[in-house]
Design a protein around this ligand. Structure first.
Ligand code: NAD
Length: 278
């Protein structure tokens, strides 16, 4: 017997062509889950879906949708229902930071240029980061959550971050937006608590990926930046996590192993959130 009992369930993974979420999709497909790779980048989504079908022999489709555009998510939902009949799992993975919402310095010491500090942050950058991380979680939950509530069963997994608990320097918008994702996870879990739909989140620690590479490694030399070194020194395991290390928590949260679990955010962080630095 397959103890996770996920075979033939249907999972929609937003941002599914990305580094973390393509790995999450693969881990679901390995359990016999039919996967929908939903991404702004259609070509990349189709490529991931094709690879999954080949490797795991489970149906997978790549669809283009914008998590900030309800009509485009509704259109994707129609296609998914036509193809797979239902939606059991939603992973809200589309998210990320923007250099326009990132200060150049950690703290105001007194002699830096104002544009390198809080005062140089662009409101358009804030809008972009808040929209992508928060509204980009809210809207798919609304569209796909409606299908789950109508079937009285389903699981939503939001992707948060370490900076949701305590903000990291420089990334003001991203930290606040991920804190909003945690808060919304709890809110929606309570709101759905009698519907058969559970809502939880995973807060990954530090991975070296596209969104943070410009902060953690020197573009020219490839060496770790001072910030990269700080992260490793603040992570008791003294290393970055890799996407595969998030999948065990994902499988736990989407399966009946966590049947009574809703409204929690699980850190997968090499000990970062437990460590005081001393
Ligand atoms: P990534 O950039 O590799 O993937 C993000 C994917 O989202 C891309 O394929 C992109 O095309 C897609 N996307 C962007 N905007 C979209 C939109 N409007 N609609 C649909 N799709 C859109 O990112 P990643 O590093 O794999 O991160 C995945 C998630 O994990 C994000 O929510 C991120 O904030 C979170 N996270 C990442 C890290 C890290 O260290 N990389 C740490 C903690 C949390």
């Amino acid at each position: 017997m397959n103890e996770l009992n996920l075979k033939n369930k249907v999972a929609v993974i937003t941002g599914g062509a990305g580094i973390i979420c393509s790995e999450m999709a693969r881990s679901l497909a390995a359990q016999g889950v039919k996967t929908v790779i939903l991404d702004l980048n259609k070509e990349a989504a189709i490529k991931v879906a094709d690879q999954i079908e080949k490797e795991f022999k489970t149906p997978s489709i790549g669809l283009s949708a914008n998590v900030l555009d309800k009509a485009s998510i509704e259109a994707a939902k129609k296609e998914i229902i036509n193809k797979f009949g239902t939606i059991n799992i939603l992973v809200n993975g589309a998210g990320g930071n923007s250099p326009a919402a990132t200060t150049k310095v950690d703290k105001i010491e007194g002699n830096e240029k104002p544009e390198d500090t809080f005062f140089g942050l662009q409101i358009e950058g804030f809008d972009k980061v808040f929209d992508l991380n928060f509204k980009g979680t809210l809207l798919p939950s609304m569209v796909f959550g409606a299908e789950m509530v109508s079937k009285k069963s389903g699981v939503i997994i939001n992707i948060s971050s370490m900076n949701s608990y305590r903000p990291l320097t420089r990334i003001a918008a991203y930290s606040a937006a991920k804190a909003a994702v945690n808060n919304f996870t709890q809110w929606l879990a309570v709101h759905f608590s009698k519907t058969g739909v559970r809502v939880n989140a995973i807060a990954p620690g530090f991975l070296l990926t596209n969104q943070n590479r410009f902060l953690l490694t020197d573009e020219k030399t490839g060496e770790m930046t001072a910030r990269g070194k700080k992260i490793i020194n603040s992570t008791p395991m003294e290393r970055y996590c890799v996407p595969e290390e998030l999948t065990g928590t994902l499988l736990y949260l989407v399966s009946d192993l966590s049947k009574a679990v809703t409204g929690i955010i699980i850190p997968v962080d090499g000990g970062f959130s437990a460590y005081s630095g001393v």
